[in-house]
Ligand binder design. Structure first.
Ligand SMILES: Cc1cc2nc3c(=O)[nH]c(=O)nc-3n(C[C@H](O)[C@H](O)[C@H](O)COP(=O)(O)OP(=O)(O)OC[C@H]3O[C@@H](n4cnc5c(N)ncnc54)[C@H](O)[C@@H]3O)c2cc1C
Length: 486
């Protein structure tokens, strides 16, 4: 159930293992959080949810699938990320580590010392990090151990290793992709992973918009014999044809409702009590020209973070967590049409912006968002042709998985990013051997990477069909002969 990136990846993994698979999607189109639509004016192709894909380009499973044959091509911006300051300068996260270090002034060397040891090791690291932490012995325990020692740290602590506001701001902005305060464990690791991804795989956009990635997954699935039925929201398992395994790309609460009495009371209760995190407030703009950034680097960047200092970003994230309006908000913005002209009519542009707000917040952040953009791009408002504003309620209305506007599949503070939805070595499995959760409410959590779907399918293949995914070895599992001998 659910044709989001995880549902589709799970379905592909099952089909590759030789099973008959049918996907039921509640919305009219496939994609879930990976869609593209004309939300404002004709010819302006916006991403209502995800837009930028370091985790997609770096995902072990998506990299192993022939998605290019089904229309996916990545567009790489000149600079993955720029982080401007009110003085007109900017820190940049460039493809090259040296260029990044050069933008960080006195902290360039520290940055290189921090990330240098992991350069060139993306494949091993991604295979060990983007999975359930208790599932199996790591592929490279030494590498994971070194990374883990740094990664468990809160971003606020890691940032103390830097002397200047630039490096601290850049690190805080990277950590701000996770909906947790900067003082929460693992936020430092998220920041480092995003930084490393920029050097290793980039922060690209799918050409034509994020829908192209979902369409490629759906195209691959159907080419292998899988079936997809859109416009079919599932309310109970009883309404579906009998199957040996059901995989749900849903929130934990929906899993409890849909599986009903098939799940024991204690487990259903744990799912119903699962906690959701801060929401996002999003604005998609149709602009008559490119954003008039004061900092030159921002004009060449795919993603721009707005919230200069670690203190300002930290305060905004804390507000969202504590239930108050962030003043000013920390913004994550993306400008895909600078690098992919097909996204908007000639000389015009789409611009993608969101800020974290409290779960279920019903205020209007549009004015505060535009004031924050104007601070770094004076004259921005004059370019606005149209805007599509999506509140937390709108985010949930678009996709029931985003409960209260939470786009991360659940709270991410503490160790909740790693241990979700319940503490278990195989968190995808439920007490019913035929029922599995495959959404971002399982490890490794939010992002368009398909890894939750892959590992949920692997759990079902093991438990029900006594086999394993054909891609297992490519994704770092020991050879089948060794596993059988254990
Ligand atoms: C505004 C926003 C911005 C984001 N930005 C980024 C980004 O830039 N980069 C990034 O990597 N990630 C980003 N994300 C997060 C990313 O989109 C999600 O983490 C990812 O899509 C999760 O994938 P999924 O397959 O688990 O679930 P989803 O993508 O949520 O898909 C679930 C699917 O299941 C369907 N469904 C749910 N219940 C039922 C049911 N009962 N019956 C049938 N169908 C059902 C839904 O309609 C949906 O299509 C963003 C998300 C949002 C909302």
């Amino acid at each position: 159930m659910g044709a989001g990136p995880n549902g589709l990846t799970a379905a592909i993994t099952l089909v590759q293992a030789g099973l008959d698979v049918r996907v039921y999607e509640g919305a009219a189109a496939v994609g879930g959080g990976a869609r593209t639509e004309e939300m404002t004016l004709p010819g302006f192709r916006h991403d209502p949810c995800s837009a930028v894909h370091p985790l997609g380009a770096g995902s072990p499973v998506l990299r192993a699938l022939p998605l290019e044959r089904h229309g996916l091509s990545w567009v790489h911006p000149d600079i993955p990320l720029a982080h401007p300051f009110p003085d007109g300068g900017a820190a940049v996260l460039a493809r090259s580590m040296a260029d990044t270090a050069a933008s960080l002034g006195p902290d360039g060397d520290t940055y290189e010392q921090l990330l240098g040891p992991f350069l060139g090791r993306w494949e091993e690291l991604a295979a060990d990090v983007l999975r359930a932490p208790l599932a199996r012995w790591p592929r490279d325990p030494v590498l994971l151990g070194c990374f883990g020692l740094l990664a468990i740290a809160p971003a606020a602590l890691l940032a103390r290793g830097f002397r200047g506001a630039r490096a601290r701001g850049l690190l805080a902005g990277l950590a701000g992709h996770v909906t947790a305060p900067l003082t929460s464990p693992v936020t430092g690791g998220i920041a480092l992973l995003f930084a490393l991804a920029a050097h290793e795989v980039g922060w690209p956009f799918p050409r034509g918009g994020t829908q192209a990635l979902s369409d490629a997954l759906a195209g691959l699935l159907t080419s292998l014999g899988g079936q997809i039925e859109t416009g079919h929201p599932v309310r109970t398992l009883g309404e579906l044809p009998r199957a040996r395994a059901y995989l749900l790309d849903t929130s934990p609460g929906s899993l409890a409702a849909i599986a009903g009495s098939r799940l024991p009371g204690w487990y259903a209760c744990a799912l119903r009590r699962y906690q959701h995190g801060p929401a996002v407030f999003k604005v998609d703009y149709a602009l008559s020209g490119p954003v008039p950034w004061a900092a030159e680097a921002c004009r060449r960047a795919g993603t721009v973070h707005l919230g200069p200092t670690m203190e300002e970003i930290g305060a905004a994230l804390r507000s969202a967590q504590r239930g108050t309006e962030p003043q000013p908000p920390f913004l994550i913005t993306a400008q895909p049409s600078l690098f992919d002209p097909a996204r908007a009519p000639a000389t015009s542009h789409v611009f993608w912006v969101y800020a974290q707000v409290p779960n279920g917040w019903d205020g209007d952040l549009t004015g505060a968002i535009e004031a924050q953009i104007e601070r770094f791009a004076p004259g921005f408002r004059d370019l606005v042709l149209a805007r599509a504003v999506t509140s937390p309620a709108g985010i949930e209305a678009r996709n029931p998985n985003n409960v209260g506007g939470d786009i991360a599949g659940g709270r991410c503070d503490g160790l909740r990013l790693l241990l979700r939805p319940t503490l278990s070595p195989v968190p995808y499995a439920t007490p019913d051997p035929a029922v599995y959760l495959c959404s971002s409410a399982t490890p490794p959590g939010p992002g368009v990477h398909g890894m939750c779907g892959y590992y949920a399918a692997q759990a079902a293949l093991r438990r029900v069909f006594h086999t394993r995914p054909p891609l297992a070895e490519a994704l770092g599992a020991p050879p089948a002969s060794k596993e059988a001998g254990k």
